[in-house]
Design a binder for this molecule. Structure first.
Ligand code: COA
Length: 106
């Protein structure tokens, strides 16, 4: 969760469960920053904070949400070292797909 003066201004939800190999990897389910606080680096900071906290992971991945696909804001993930691995067109509605981003940690 990101806060300013005690107020929540953003959050990042993720799963961090052990898989069949007994390793943990991160799957982001959603990331959000209040609209008046966007483009100030808060989303990037939350991603960096998560990666700094969670050690011994091999990869982090997620499928993008509808809003970021509509806004064409997915550059945030490229800027933070993620690779675009797949794209599913017309996923949310006609013309709005979803993208699989992955970052290999080690
Ligand atoms: C996605 C989100 C969390 C990004 O948070 P943020 O704090 O604005 O992110 P940052 O300030 O770290 O942005 C870093 C870079 O991402 C890109 N970016 C972010 N939002 C963008 C937008 N709306 N349009 C184009 N590029 C965008 C830019 O390259 C930006 O760098 P710049 O400001 O130097 O150009 C925020 O826009 C949000 O909550 N959106 C609504 C919910 C959502 O779509 N969540 C993502 C689900 S996958």
């Amino acid at each position: 969760m990101a806060t300013e003066a005690g107020k929540q201004i953003g959050y990042l939800n993720f799963n961090y469960e052990r898989d069949a190999s007994k390793k943990r990897n991160i799957f982001i389910s959603y990331m959000y920053v209040k609209s008046e606080y966007r483009r100030k680096g808060i989303g990037s900071k939350m991603l960096k904070f998560l990666l700094a906290k969670k050690k011994n992971i091999t990869w982090i991945n997620f499928w993008t949400g509808k809003e970021i696909e509509k806004n064409k804001g997915t550059n945030i993930y490229i800027k933070n070292g993620f690779q675009k691995l797949a794209y599913q067109e017309d996923y949310y509605e006609k013309g709005v797909g979803t993208t699989l981003f992955v970052k290999r940690i080690k």
